[in-house]
Design a protein around this ligand. Structure first.
Ligand code: NAD
Length: 464
């Protein structure tokens, strides 16, 4: 039996041994501040259906508290509390000034039509809004398993209706559609962040050489579990831009392997259309998708859900590097087994923090009421043109069209978002690495220690 909340707290308690904060403050940091359970009815298909959901606020040492809302039949209060705690720690690690929160609704989105999901979402949102569990200044959700920009747009609309005079209403939720005050780059953000973290790992010779790997990404193989938002984007970026070979995909209802590599775009289209990977050309289908995690590869990226690598299968894992794109994919016991096998783990609280980083950018954009780069774009282009002219007149040569074009286009919002994300991910990675080296810790324990020390400092400043 997997206990996600217990495992999360065990990881944190292990890190606390390396921190010199008082036991009282440690307890305050670890406990979840509050969990609200809501049960509400919605009239659908001629009868009332009752739904159950949760919103946990793990920490308000900084506000708003931030964290996604998942729609999943397996969700429950404990799971939501564990996920809210992870939000607190990951925000601290990459210096996003938010507390941690999370929400869940016990529902299988596939059982309902889009109109029905809209009705359910709007009703769930009303319940949370009236208790300030959705609010631009106190609690800001985002998409997670089973939710997308659509649900976020409906939530934002409900908030605006209930609070028509709140000038910052649209900042009550992130991950919104681009034309509904969303931010270009938010949808890809968690996957993009994973790409930046993988690149950074392979820039650190002291780390990759211990795994008998070289620095090149284009000779690496990878297996990804889950090709939803996070898994699809990370697989797309790592295969197309860094030339990593995708040799396996695991989904909940079976997976595929191929030594020659899998085209993620084609596989995603196939899966979305048919609901299965069975029959995908030039690959071998394996009915039990979890077995794919045990196949030969350099990098294994679980990007589906928690508790997929346990003491039962940890010994079978052959990957050298595991990057936790999902939250909590490795249980506490499995973590020790993998460490004994010299498998390097980049933990969820660092690896998948790209989502909250770009959510932060979206929230900032919403409360600034102006898009990034709006004021400086023309000025930058003018300066670039002057620079090109100066270079050309000094050298007597015309600059190559390709470079000129880049300068002429100037810097777009997406360039700024990716640049900010890259910087935050690299910075987080290096901070975790410093703590790991200075204290002789694995990356997970170091990441939690780093987070705990930063949160403790914030509590200190507010006089707790
Ligand atoms: P999603 O619903 O878009 O995708 C999840 C995918 O995993 C789906 O394709 C689903 O079919 C598959 N899946 C579910 N159970 C599986 C199983 N047992 N084996 C194999 N595949 C399975 O969700 P997502 O937003 O991509 O989130 C995935 C993970 O990443 C979650 O742990 C989530 O908390 C975490 N995460 C998401 C974000 C984000 O921005 N969306 C940010 C940080 C962390």
């Amino acid at each position: 039996m997997i206990n996600f909340l217990e495992d999360t707290n065990r990881f944190v308690e292990k890190a606390l041994k390396y921190s010199d904060i008082s036991p009282g403050l440690a307890k305050k940091i670890v406990v979840c501040n509050s969990t609200y359970t809501v049960r509400f009815g919605v009239r659908l298909r001629g009868e009332i259906h009752t739904f159950e959901g949760w919103r946990s606020v793990h920490s308000e040492h900084m506000e708003p508290a931030k964290g996604g809302i998942r729609y999943d039949m397996a969700t429950n209060a404990d799971e939501v509390e564990a996920l809210a705690a992870l939000m607190t720690y990951k925000s601290a690690i990459i210096n996003v000034p938010f507390g941690g929160s999370k929400g869940g609704l016990k529902i299988n989105p596939k059982d309902w039509t889009r109109n029905e999901i809209e009705k359910i979402t709007r009703r769930f949102a009303q319940e949370l809004i009236k208790r300030d569990l959705i609010s631009p200044s106190q609690n800001v959700p985002a998409p997670d398993i089973g939710t997308s920009s659509l649900e976020m747009a409906w939530i934002a609309d409900e908030y605006r209706k209930i609070n028509p005079t709140d000038i910052n209403a649209v900042a009550c939720v992130t991950g919104k559609p681009i034309n509904k005050n969303g931010l270009i780059g938010r949808e890809e953000a968690t996957g993009r962040g994973i790409q930046f973290i993988v690149r950074e790992f392979f820039r650190n010779e002291d780390l990759y050489s211990k795994l008998q790997l070289d620095k090149n990404l284009n000779n690496k193989t990878m297996i990804v579990q889950g090709i939803g938002n996070v898994g699809y984007h990370l697989a797309k970026f790592l295969t197309t831009e860094d030339k990593v070979k995708l040799v396996g995909i695991a989904e909940y209802n079976g997976g595929i392997i191929s030594k020659d590599g899998i085209d993620i775009e084609k596989a995603k289209k196939f899966f979305d259309k048919k609901g299965t990977l069975n029959g995908f050309p030039n690959s071998k289908y394996i009915k039990d998708g979890s077995l794919i995690l045990n196949k030969e590869c350099d990098i294994l990226i679980p990007a589906a859900r928690e508790g997929v690598i346990t003491k039962s299968n940890a010994n079978l894992i052959k990957a050298k590097l595991i990057v936790e794109a999902a939250n909590g994919p490795i249980t506490y016991k499995a973590d020790s087994i993998l460490k004994r096998k010299n498998i390097f783990i980049i933990p969820d609280v660092l690896a998948n923090a790209g989502g909250v980083a770009v959510s932060y950018f979206e929230w900032v954009k919403n409360i600034r009421h102006i898009r990034f780069g709006r004021l400086e774009k023309r000025k930058n282009i003018l300066q670039f043109n002057q620079l090109i002219e100066a270079i050309e007149s000094m050298t007597g040569k015309e600059m190559h069209k390709k470079y000129k074009q880049d300068f002429h286009e100037g810097i777009n919002e997406i360039d700024l978002v990716r640049s900010g994300l890259d910087d935050m991910m690299i910075d987080g990675f290096q901070q975790v690495k410093d703590v790991a080296i200075n204290n002789k810790l694995d990356f997970r324990t170091a990441a939690f220690k780093l987070a705990i020390d930063k949160i403790a400092m914030t509590y200190d400043y507010i006089g707790l």
